[in-house]
Design a protein around this ligand. Structure first.
Ligand SMILES: Cc1ncc(C[n+]2csc(CCOP(=O)(O)OP(=O)(O)O)c2C)c(N)n1
Ligand SMILES: [Mg+2]
Length: 621
């Protein structure tokens, strides 16, 4: 059965806009009992069908698959095979990341014997009240399709169902097919058609014509329209269509994390990031917008600033989305369809914003650009600020190069400050915001785009969460440049904690003193932990160097671009020199009752903030 599955996977293709490509670039795997003799044997016997890649941690291999699939606009991905038990459950975080970000990845965890003959086997979870549960049931809520193959012939409908979901722009995410180890090795009569080359056509579905007319009428009546570009714009390849449409209409564009890069940063109507980590320009235009056109966004709290971003009493929403589920959010006019096809349809209607509105948006965008210049060149001493690190990397990076990040203070700062010049130049996983995605995801991104430099910006905390895929980069000769930003622990959460009155408790990497891990505040500090990131990276086989200043960082980055090996640069930054917020709010609730005056004050501020939260229930007639 495993042999049939491997041959099937190798025969799957997708086609969009007349371009056909193979869907599976290979299979990541770590072997153990549960896949060594099944899928492992099949991969070994037919190495040309599906190339095998070894990883260090099963979570890392799902991240690499996601990084690859995101970079390839979801038109290609990997399968991931594991042993039973911990090897399998290590993939749960990766599966959740894939599903939340709507990125296709095929998860193939090994499972316990379907015969149950040798039960309980090593690593088997025994549930006294249910015979049909294994640890792989934890994949159900984080998968868009789940199946367990109890008889070999079940693989036929399961594999086809899996492919439908993986290649569906609306439904895609993690797909899990749990493979009991005895069934993997069983023989069955495989229908020849099952193994034949199969091409999945990715359609560009259009909303119904009447919905387009209603949307055009709403746009025609709008005085202060704003487009919010989400990941759907990038995945659909709609950036050129979007640019043409706004050049004709003058509607300004703000970007979500997944949508950043929809416009080049210096387009006159590009307002940049919106929401909690938004720019002054986008957040001001959002506050006053009377019509918000969300394209390919699922409206997370970071995008809507916890529903405080849009304050016009009469604001309405139009949602262009392949997923009906998202198209109906905020009581919006639902345009269920592909981003590019729908933009092209809307562009058939003539509309232009008033000159005063256009000028205001352009002025705000120019003012924001000056703020970025300022933050790029603070000259902060004795330690540089994180914004200067971003500036240095951005200046050394070429126009098509890619920045990768996922968690900590860096994604928010990148969202505001990174100057994106190419739709695929900004790769930040902020759906699940998974510490540990960075290096493994960067490996996948580089595999998908070997002609681009990939710069992975990773916090010290996230590096310690999952740095070991550096070994995979060394093994596969995948050249990524990693910049470890060392600010002694969880600076982002330290700042959040202080703002909530919890004094940064438990967020800094310091020796334990008098029974406490201490509080986090500027000024004299206890001893920070003596972690040598440069030595750690070198020990894994990467070229590694530590720099102290922005000038040294620029030189190291230039050298890293020249060298064709994984390259890690460590720089210490000032933990307390953070990029400000620009008129936004995030709903994080402090305790209603506390003995600490800071918590009480923060709760009072919170109550005030919460009053500005909108419901967005206004129906669109
Ligand atoms: C796997 C995981 N655990 C916990 C969190 C919650 N969290 C978000 S940011 C953060 C700290 C990140 O530290 P670091 O990478 O050093 O970045 P910094 O905040 O210092 O910029 C934590 C713990 C998370 N996002 N992911
Ligand atoms: Mg840190």
């Amino acid at each position: 059965m495993a042999q049939a599955l491997v041959r099937f996977l190798a025969s799957q293709y997708v086609e969009r806009d007349g371009v056909e490509q193979r869907f599976f670039a290979g299979c990541w795997g770590i072997f153990g009992h549960g896949n060594v003799a099944g899928i492992g044997q099949a991969l070994h016997e037919r190495p040309d069908d599906l190339r095998y890649y070894q990883a260090r941690n099963e979570q890392g291999m799902v991240h690499a698959a996601c990084g690859y699939a995101k970079m390839r606009d979801r038109l290609a991905t990997f399968a991931c095979t594991t042993s039973i038990g911990p090897g399998a459950t290590n993939m749960v975080t990766g599966a959740a990341l894939a599903t939340i970000n709507r990125i296709p990845v095929l998860i193939l965890p090994g499972d316990v014997f379907s015969s149950r003959a040798p039960d309980p086997v090593l690593q088997q979870l025994e549930v006294p009240w249910a015979g049909d549960i294994s640890v792989n049931d934890v994949f159900r809520p984080v998968s868009r399709y789940f199946d367990r193959i109890m008889r070999p012939e079940q693989i036929v409908p399961a594999a086809l169902a899996a492919m439908r979901v993986l290649t569906s722009p609306a439904d895609t995410g993690a797909v899990t097919i749990a493979l009991p180890q005895d069934v993997q090795a069983e023989a069955f009569d495989v229908p020849e058609e099952f193994l034949a080359k199969r091409t999945w056509h990715i359609e560009r579905r259009l909303p119904e014509a009447a919905a387009i007319v209603r949307a055009a009428e709403l746009i025609g009546a709008a005085k202060r329209p704003l487009i919010v570009a989400g990941g759907g714009v990038i995945y659909s390849g709609a950036t050129e269509a979007l640019r043409k449409w706004i050049d004709a209409t003058g509607i300004p564009v703000a970007e979500t994390q997944a949508g950043k890069g929809a416009l080049p940063f210096d387009h006159p109507f590009a307002l940049g990031a919106i929401g909690v980590t938004g720019t002054s320009a986008a957040n001001q235009i959002a506050r006053e917008a009377d019509l918000v056109i969300g394209i390919g966004t699922r409206w997370t709290d970071f995008t809507t600033a916890s529903k405080t971003a849009f304050q016009d009493e009469k604001v309405r929403f139009i949602n262009v989305n392949v997923a009906e589920f998202d198209a109906h959010k905020h009581a919006g006019l639902a345009l269920v369809g592909d981003a590019r096809a729908t933009i092209d349809a809307l562009a058939g209607w003539v509309y232009t914003v008033e000159p005063s509105y256009r000028e205001k948006a352009q002025r705000l965008a120019r003012e924001w650009s000056k703020e970025v210049d300022r933050l790029y060149s603070l000259g902060h001493t004795p330690l540089p600020a994180q914004s200067e690190v971003i500036g240095a990397v951005n200046e050394v990076a070429g126009p098509r190069d890619v920045v990768v990040c996922a968690a900590g203070s860096m994604p928010g700062d990148l969202h505001k400050l990174w100057r994106t010049r190419d739709p695929k130049g900004y790769h930040v996983e902020y759906g699940f915001s998974t510490m540990g995605y960075e290096i493994a995801g960067g490996v996948g991104a580089k595999m998908a785009a070997p002609d681009r430099e990939v710069f992975v910006l990773v916090g010290d905390g996230s590096y310690l969460m999952m740095a070991q895929e550096l070994v995979t980069a060394v093994q596969e000769r995948i050249k990524i440049v990693v910049i470890v930003v060392d600010n002694h622990g969880y600076a982002s959460i330290g700042g959040l904690s202080r703002s909530l009155g919890s004094q940064g408790f438990g967020t800094q990497y310091r020796y334990r003193t008098s029974g406490s891990l201490g509080l986090d505040h500027p000024g004299p500090q206890g001893d920070t932990l003596p972690i040598d990131f440069a030595a750690n990276a070198a020990s894994l086989g990467a070229i590694s160097e530590r720099v102290r200043t922005i000038t040294e960082l620029r030189a190291a980055l230039t050298e890293a671009k020249r060298v064709e090996r994984p390259y890690v640069i460590t720089i210490e930054t000032d933990r307390y020199e953070s990029v400000p917020g620009y008129g936004s709010w995030w709903d994080v609730a402090p305790a209603e009752v506390s003995g600490l005056s800071e918590v009480k004050e923060s709760r009072e501020r919170y109550e005030k903030g919460r009053k500005t939260e909108r419901r967005h229930l206004r129906p669109t007639e």
